[in-house]
Design a protein around this ligand. Structure first.
Ligand code: UDP
Ligand code: MG
Length: 325
């Protein structure tokens, strides 16, 4: 079968690499490819390669992708030796991408492929280096999840100098230059929304309404999201460490005042044995604060530990992309 973009004339066309992380998505892969192929028909002067990254799926995702690759020459794949997470999958796909433009898209159609032509048109104008999609509604999402997501964006933007846009997706089309910049950030604890903003470049946001996933279910439990958001904050802000020092100072000051009060009180009124409840309260409060701040330091220490180990971000088990891996 001919590739999505057409035959010989592809030589003159620009190439868009679409990176698609997949984890247990056997049902979504064919539907996604069909939708994408319909969408790219609207782009005249570019063809695409689709890089499916099988992130150690336990279902038949890899065999579904391989079947597609047998039938369509623009389908490439990388399969991990185990589940390394979406961040690692995006990195692997971007590394393997050879296109003039690189796009990241979820396989569950929550990043509508129909937006790709518009994104391409915007990036072609040369005014922007990255064109991203931003959800303006969170319709269909559990309200509690939306609430915590909003809180997270508020918190990360207050504590970090890297701006992270609320509702921004990983769904972005980047120029080769921007993609190379993202790839240069080779840290192990990856938080792409932050990295893509940190590298700079001009970004245009295209708003869209939230779409519910086509089938299967979200791979992000509340706990996974919570850990991911702590990763995001510690990766882009050291403010929590300063909070620890400020809290320490504050409590030293309070203690100094208290000591004076206690000494003066004892000198004037003597020392009746009292104050057990208040001593207990103080003990609980102070040990709580200490544990909390040690926890914060621990977070940074563990991140540093993982970076220093310098482990690979992912390990490929098999792939049909020969040159780059
Ligand atoms: N994904 C992945 N590895 C993981 C979890 C998710 O490659 O460990 C992929 C998943 O297959 C999908 C995308 O990342 O293409 C987004 O995942 P999901 O739809 O579960 O996240 P949500 O849209 O609910 O935030
Ligand atoms: Mg999804």
């Amino acid at each position: 079968m001919p590739p999505l973009g057409g035959g010989m004339e592809n030589i003159m066309k620009k190439l868009i690499s679409v990176v698609v992380p997949c984890y247990n998505e056997q049902a979504a892969v064919p539907v996604f490819y069909r939708e994408l192929s319909v969408a790219v028909k609207a782009i005249e002067d570019a063809c695409i390669e689709v890089i499916f990254v099988d992130d150690g799926s336990k279902d038949g995702t890899l065999s579904v992708i391989k079947k597609l690759a047998d039938n369509f020459e623009d389908v490439k794949y990388i399969s991990f030796s185990r589940n390394f997470g979406k961040e690692a999958a995006m990195y692997a796909g971007m590394q393997a991408a050879s296109g003039d433009y690189v796009c990241i898209m979820d396989v569950d159609l929550q990043d509508p492929p129909s937006m790709l032509p518009k994104m391409y048109e915007e990036i072609q104008s040369k005014e922007y280096d990255i064109v991203g999609a931003r959800r303006v509604t969170r319709k269909g999402e559990p309200p509690i999840r939306s609430f915590f997501a909003r809180m997270f964006y508020k918190l990360i933007n207050k504590t970090s100098s890297t701006e992270i846009v609320d509702g921004a997706r990983d769904f972005r089309l980047m120029t080769r230059q921007a993609a190379d910049a993202v790839l240069k950030v080779g840290e192990y604890n990856r938080f792409s929304k932050g990295i893509m903003s940190w590298v700079g470049f001009k970004t245009k946001w295209l708003p869209y309404e939230n779409v519910e996933r086509v089938n299967g279910e979200t791979k992000w439990s509340f706990m996974k999201l919570l850990i991911y958001s702590i990763d995001g904050i510690t990766a882009f802000s050291t403010m929590p460490l300063s909070i620890a020092s400020v809290l320490g100072l504050l409590f030293c000051a309070i203690a100094a005042v208290l000591i004076v009060v206690v000494v003066v009180k004892t000198l004037i009124w003597g020392d009746p044995v009292a104050g057990y409840p208040s001593a207990m309260c103080l003990m609980f409060l102070l040990s709580g604060v200490q544990l909390f701040t040690i926890g914060i330091i621990g977070q940074y220490l563990s991140k540093t530990y993982m970076e220093v180990k310098n482990r690979p971000i992912y390990i490929t088990k098999e792939s049909n992309i020969v040159e780059k891996i």
